[in-house]
Write a protein that binds this ligand. Structure first.
Ligand code: ZN
Length: 133
């Protein structure tokens, strides 16, 4: 089970900027990289259009998601996680998030008004430590 996610300072800054520039709506994207044991290493964070643009939910554009997956696969990487923003609430999974996360294998990074946190589904929602590199 993944309990640590490493994200570059640059990508963390980009996600924070996405949070600000998409207010009052949620922004979302994918995190591509590699998984090594219990650590997910993010090589690239990529913004993806939120096709369900509301203040309290998101849905990754399926075509862009597929393209990101395809590009990652070409260089031997994979999609290790997704990120989305909570422009008006804390970085805690909403009820909608919880239902969507169930049985999802990816790390979920949430950028909220109180900072950034990460989670993964493993018989319930478990915290994942974010380490900046
Ligand atoms: Zn959410």
């Amino acid at each position: 089970m993944i309990n640590e996610i490493r994200i570059s300072r640059l990508d963390i800054g980009m996600i924070q900027q996405e949070l600000e520039s998409n207010k009052p709506y949620e922004a979302c994207g994918v995190l591509t990289g590699t998984i090594n044991g219990s650590t997910a290493l993010v090589e690239k964070a990529l913004p993806v259009t939120n096709v369900n643009r509301t203040r309290a939910s998101f849905e990754l554009d399926p075509k862009q998601f597929y393209n990101a997956w395809n590009e990652a696969e070409k260089i031997g990487s994979e999609i290790v996680g997704v990120y989305h923003t909570h422009p008006a609430s804390s970085a805690v999974p909403s009820l909608w998030d919880r239902m969507t996360m169930e049985n999802d294998l990816m790390v979920w990074v949430i950028a909220g008004v109180d900072g950034m946190r990460a989670y993964i589904w493993d018989n319930g929602i478990k915290p994942v430590k974010i380490n900046e590199y």
